[in-house]
Design a protein around this ligand. Structure first.
Ligand code: SF4
Length: 322
């Protein structure tokens, strides 16, 4: 498969302001701390992990909504990090986002038609007539009536608003769509409709998705491969089937043990992790997971594990997998 996106050594450290006036900050929150992964054309890569593990920050780094501290984001063989502003603006037409909250992500003062046409206006594409036609076309693509273009966001349900968000993300014919928890704020019945819509759009428009979620059942349905994140780092990456059948990292094992059994005869032990996720302001030495890991050994406290390739398509970072 052709590689659409390469992320290498990506870091985002947010400096913490020093409480002493006029003193420079010496501490930083390591929200994303050296992440590497590829995304292949036409696939869905799921990013999973607990709240605060850096999933959403990473999404914003890929889309260049925030600048990284270090690393590269190579999209279609071009590094977005050092790109001149005008070229980056052009490239970003091909990377769009669908955000989690369908209520907060639409400007309540604009009509639906204006919201969907906004990317065309910003990028100065087409005239008013062609923009109106594109809006109507997109509303029908996402399963909404084209007459809704004249209404305001507050007139719609959560599921309809998320369809409007998806239409807006499609306005500029993107190749990569980053879906940041796109269904977690919706009712379960509406979740299924939005997931089916995303799957259909992927087939119809040959889209590639990065799909961020903490719901492993949704991820299982949507994703070809998954990357498991813990405290700003990827600890395991591979196809969903491979990781589900044979998780290598103790954190992945604990996460997957929470998926309900498929049949009452399936043997599955629930693994409850002790403690909470440590602060990214001061992450533990060695393996970031060692304070909570049920099988940690001495070396885990001092030595950071490397990413080990178990199968061609399955990598994990754990000393015990070495
Ligand atoms: Fe646990 Fe050590 Fe593996 Fe980290 S490296 S997951 S602490 S066994």
């Amino acid at each position: 498969m052709e590689t659409l996106l390469e992320v290498n050594g990506l870091k985002k450290h947010f400096p913490v302001s020093n409480p002493i006036p006029f003193k420079k900050s010496t501490q930083s929150v390591k929200a994303v701390d050296g992440v590497n992964f590829d995304v292949y054309q036409g696939e869905t890569l799921g990013i999973v992990g607990e709240s605060g593990c850096g999933k959403s920050t990473m999404a914003r780094l890929v889309n260049q909504l925030i600048k990284p501290t270090d690393g590269s984001v190579i999209f279609k063989k071009q590094n977005l990090i050092d790109m001149p502003a005008e070229k980056l603006r052009q490239m970003r037409q091909k990377i769009q986002m669908v955000f989690q909250d369908p209520y907060a992500s639409l400007d309540p003062r604009l009509k639906v038609g204006e919201l969907i046409a906004e990317p065309l206006v910003i990028h100065q594409i087409g005239d008013r007539t062609s923009q109106k036609q594109r809006v109507e076309e997109l509303l029908e693509i996402v399963g909404l009536n084209k007459r809704y273009a004249d209404r305001y966001p507050h007139e719609f349900s959560g599921g309809q608003r998320q369809r409007i968000n998806i239409a807006r993300a499609l306005t500029l014919n993107p190749e990569l769509v980053i879906c940041d928890e796109p269904v977690s704020a919706l009712d379960v019945s509406v979740q299924a409709q939005v997931i089916n819509l995303l799957n259909k759009l992927q087939q119809d428009f040959k889209l590639t998705y990065i799909f961020i979620s903490h719901d492993l059942n949704v991820v299982r349905y949507m994703c070809d491969r998954i990357a498991v994140m813990y405290l700003g780092r990827i600890v395991e990456i591979g196809t969903f089937e491979e990781i589900y059948a044979n998780p290598q990292h103790p954190y992945t094992k604990a996460l997957f043990s929470a998926i309900p059994k498929e049949s009452p005869f399936e043997e599955k032990e629930r693994i409850i992790l002790k403690g909470t996720v440590p602060s990214p302001l001061n992450p533990p030495s060695g393996c970031h997971f060692h304070e909570r890991c049920p099988v940690a050994i001495d070396i885990c406290k001092t030595k950071e594990p490397k990413m080990i390739t178990k199968e061609k398509i399955h990598q994990t970072s754990c000393h015990l997998a070495d």
